[in-house]
Write a protein that binds this ligand. Structure first.
Ligand code: SF4
Ligand code: SF4
Length: 191
């Protein structure tokens, strides 16, 4: 029996516990400090700007057909790159930002063998990590003309610059409030 359990662990390593721990910490921070941040005008402005930037990038990607291509790749062809483990690109800070944007955070992995945040039609979170936003595989690259590629990468880099700024803002505020031991706010779990 023990032998079997050990074997299962080896063939089915599931990094779920790390992301669940990050979600727990983000929820705790949100409960304790959400109101504090919502009263902060500078924070709200940054949040709005970032939300707008995501919508702009999403609109361009939608028009260029990337979401449809990713749906076909992931759901129809059952390939896709949102693999198990990649959820840990989502840091505590990114979870917090999603909470500030009223995004419902999943409590469990819906699709076995896939990223914790994958749902039936794609990624379930709105504010997504750097890696997920700046990755364009060959299958997607075939959709773009050079001008379209330049446009989409420009918009994504505007979005990710805002993500960096809002990340830094939250981190500085929380370090000021709670002490500088909170560096794990940006932990991915790979390094
Ligand atoms: S980015 Fe590429 S590999 Fe990943 S799901 Fe989309 S089409 Fe598939
Ligand atoms: S895009 Fe979403 S579902 Fe895909 S790897 Fe990133 S966080 Fe996970």
């Amino acid at each position: 029996m023990l032998k079997n359990l050990k074997y299962m662990k080896v063939i089915d390593p599931d990094p779920t516990s790390l992301i669940l721990e990050k979600i727990r910490i983000a929820e705790e921070l949100f409960t304790d400090w959400g109101e504090y941040f919502y009263k902060d005008k500078e924070f709200l402005e940054k949040l709005k700007e970032y939300e707008k930037a995501i919508k702009v990038s999403n609109k361009i990607m939608e028009e260029l057909g990337t979401f449809e291509e990713c749906y076909n790749c992931s759901v129809i062809d059952n390939t896709g790159c949102c693999k198990i483990g990649l959820e840990n690109e989502v840091t505590i800070n990114i979870l917090l930002i999603n909470m500030f944007l009223n995004v419902k955070i999943p409590k469990e992995r819906e699709v076995p063998g896939r990223c914790f945040f994958v749902g039936p039609t794609g990624c379930k979170i709105f504010a997504r990590p750097y890696l997920c936003r700046e990755y364009f595989c060959n299958r997607l690259m075939r959709l773009f003309s050079p001008e379209e590629y330049a446009l989409v990468t420009q918009k994504i880099s505007e979005e990710l610059t805002l993500l960096y700024l809002i990340n830094r803002y939250i981190r500085n505020e929380l370090e000021f409030l709670l002490g500088d031991f909170l560096l794990e706010l940006e932990l991915t779990g790979y390094s």
